[in-house]
Design a binder for this molecule. Structure first.
Ligand SMILES: Cc1cc2nc3c(=O)[nH]c(=O)nc-3n(C[C@H](O)[C@H](O)[C@H](O)COP(=O)(O)OP(=O)(O)OC[C@H]3O[C@@H](n4cnc5c(N)ncnc54)[C@H](O)[C@@H]3O)c2cc1C
Length: 357
């Protein structure tokens, strides 16, 4: 194999592009924004540092959405499921691919937006590809649809960098015959615990709360509670992880500070996400409140910096409890597209009540 510094570089036809709107992010709402712009005759390009729908790509295989398909479908394109059940990760990724093809959207994946710089008459967007190319795109307007889950939360304890520590479940088969500590007590932790147990792992949960979180999906909570009651899954409620060793973790009981060792082979952190507000900050956009939500005009989605718009979950910064998600973000796409062509803002949507209160 030739050494890397002798590797060939071909001319890059995608460098130095000019496009009216750059959408950073190719998640559901970034894609929906491109569709709404296209409907109004405005060309755009979506740039994503991961694959199409990167956040959904990271869901565990075959996991199902909480929302019904009609609530997470985008651009008016029906999302049908063969089962008439809630869509799976795979259903939705296939759906996203079809939608992008149907509208022939310009989507670049594995290309990270590194910098957005205001220039005369617009912005320069600097990107870098996974292969190592640097690119420049000139544009009039930028939509930051970057989501709110850029970083997974960390425990900040010794041993967290060990290779036995993961923060994405992935394929549960990997854990067959392993003793796994699942850290966390909300939806992702609960779902992971059950799936790992079914895949033949010996599962223990460490959670700071005194009991399972009340907002765990209504079809998962009773099952997990029953697994814990019958000793199929162990739960160490009211504990926190102090250190991760090669074959054991140190837990501390929060009520009395008692420390004890829990034997493990693997640790799966399911303790939530943090947003990355650095691009907003670098542009001078105002971030407010404990979430560091992005200040914007709610009728146009334009931020405090003219020409910079925000869409989707990015609006709400780091969400401890999800208040902004796909279901209630569809209108962002329409507001942005309407504002960019000078149409009046759409009426606020009336969201259907969730069947499972
Ligand atoms: C386990 C789980 C279950 C969920 N279930 C539901 C549900 O049932 N119903 C619901 O409505 N919502 C649900 N959500 C939330 C839902 O996934 C998000 O609301 C949705 O993905 C938000 O879409 P978005 O387009 O705003 O952002 P995202 O889907 O997060 O997309 C943002 C994109 O921006 C890209 N990006 C970020 N920074 C850069 C950069 N610098 N350069 C280039 N690209 C960048 C990312 O790679 C990413 O693809 C769930 C989330 C999780 C984690």
């Amino acid at each position: 194999m030739a050494p890397e510094n002798n590797a060939p570089t071909l001319p890059d036809p995608k460098s130095d592009t000019t496009v009216p709107v750059v959408i950073v992010g190719a998640g559901p709402i970034g894609i929906e924004t491109a569709i709404e712009l296209q409907r109004r005759g405005v060309d755009s390009i979506n740039i994503d540092r991961g694959p199409l729908g990167a956040q959904i790509f990271d869901f565990p295989p075959q996991s199902r959405w909480f929302s019904g398909p009609e609530r997470i479908s985008i651009g008016g394109v029906p999302l049908e499921t063969v089962s008439q059940e809630k869509a799976t990760r795979e259903d939705y990724l296939a759906y996203l691919r079809s939608v992008v093809r149907q509208f022939d959207l310009a989507v670049r994946t594995f290309e990270s937006v590194e910098q957005v710089t205001p220039v005369k008459d617009g912005f320069e967007v600097r990107t870098s590809t996974a292969g190592g190319l640097s690119r420049l795109i000139r544009t009039k307007r930028v939509v930051l649809a970057v989501g709110g889950t850029a970083k997974t939360r960390r425990l900040d304890v010794p041993g967290e960098d060990r290779s036995i520590v993961a923060d994405v479940l992935g394929e549960p088969h990997r854990y067959f015959g392993r003793r796994v500590l699942v850290v966390g007590g909300k939806n992702s932790a609960a779902e992971s615990a059950i799936r790992l147990w079914r895949a033949g792992a010996e599962v223990t949960i460490s959670y700071r709360g005194d009991e399972l979180h009340p907002r765990i999906k209504y079809w998962i909570r009773p099952e997990l509670a029953s697994c814990i009651r019958s000793g199929l899954i162990s739960a160490r409620f009211g504990t926190r992880v102090l250190a991760i060793g090669p074959n054991a973790v140190t837990l501390e009981r929060l009520t009395d500070g008692v420390r004890f060792e829990e034997p493990i082979d693997d640790v799966l952190l399911q303790i939530g996400f943090e947003a990355d507000g650095s691009m907003f900050e670098a542009l001078g956009c105002e971030l407010v409140g404990p979430n560091q939500a992005v200040l914007h005009d709610s009728s146009t989605m334009e931020t405090s910096i003219p020409g910079i718009y925000v869409a989707g979950t990015a609006v709400n910064g780091t969400q401890g409890r999800y208040e902004v998600y796909i279901e209630n973000s569809h209108v962002h796409a329409v507001r942005i597209a309407a504002a960019m062509v000078g149409d009046p803002p759409p009426p606020d949507p009336v969201l259907p009540e969730l069947p499972e209160a």
